[in-house]
Design a protein around this ligand. Structure first.
Ligand code: DC
Length: 219
């Protein structure tokens, strides 16, 4: 299989994929795809009572992404809706939508279209196993549910959202189970993936490990 200039970073929620992806993209001048945001957009528009066809058209034609200071913002008709998407409520709808084959299929080409030859970092659950099977480098980033809940807690607090730690741990465990046991594109590492457990590692340490892998494959 011909390999393309993509680094896939898959793993469970709040494993640090987002922060690592943004750091890698920034450092190597690659573009970025946060595929979770596409599923969150699907959930957001389902809540607003749009049907699947309308949602796909909206994502294709009316949504833009911007990466600034290692933060991804999502705009709908020029309105920044990022904070509406990064809530636990939307995460739950997104998780439900992501188990539907029609939803996954409709997002496949949208995700592939993010590819550019100068390089793409693709963050998600099935980037290395399904969407970018032909990626040059695959990483599977994980961490214990408790550590991930703590990270998500701080992240949501920074966004000004009040959350309960025990509820978060329970939500994360439930979502892990759903994401990894679903029939379609379950959350599992690809055979070619480098597995990194970041439970006892800082972002800097994870980045340094990843940096070495990128240099080996791309430079
Ligand atoms: O990474 P996230 O928390 O923003 O993802 C939101 C939901 O979308 C998550 O429950 C799983 C789903 N998802 C998926 O099924 N496949 C992807 N490639 C990315 C996300």
């Amino acid at each position: 299989m011909k390999k393309i200039n993509v680094i896939t970073i898959d793993g469970p929620s709040a494993s640090g994929k987002g922060a690592l992806s943004r750091r890698v993209a920034h450092n190597f001048g690659f573009d970025i795809l946060d595929s979770g945001l596409l599923y969150r957009l699907f959930g957001h528009f389902i809540n607003l009572k749009f049907d699947s066809e309308e949602i796909v058209n909206k994502i294709k034609n009316e949504i833009t992404f911007s990466l600034k200071n290692e933060i991804i913002n999502v705009f709908f008709q020029d309105i920044n809706i990022t904070n509406n998407l990064r809530t636990e409520k939307i995460a739950k709808v997104a998780s439900k939508m992501s188990s539907k084959s029609a939803v996954r299929e409709s997002l496949f080409n949208i995700q592939r279209n993010f590819y550019i030859e100068t390089g793409l970092v693709a963050d998600g659950r099935d980037m290395g196993t399904v969407v970018f099977k032909d990626a040059k480098l695959k990483i599977f980033l994980t961490a214990s549910p408790e550590i991930r809940a703590k990270r998500r807690y701080l992240e949501l607090q920074n966004l000004g959202q009040e959350v309960n730690m025990l509820d978060l741990i329970a939500d994360i465990k439930e979502r892990d189970l759903k994401d990894s046991s679903r029939k379609l594109s379950p959350l599992i590492p690809d055979d070619e993936a480098h597995i990194i457990d970041s439970s006892d590692m800082s972002l800097e340490e994870v980045f340094s490990l990843t940096e070495n892998l990128v240099k080996k494959e791309f430079i």
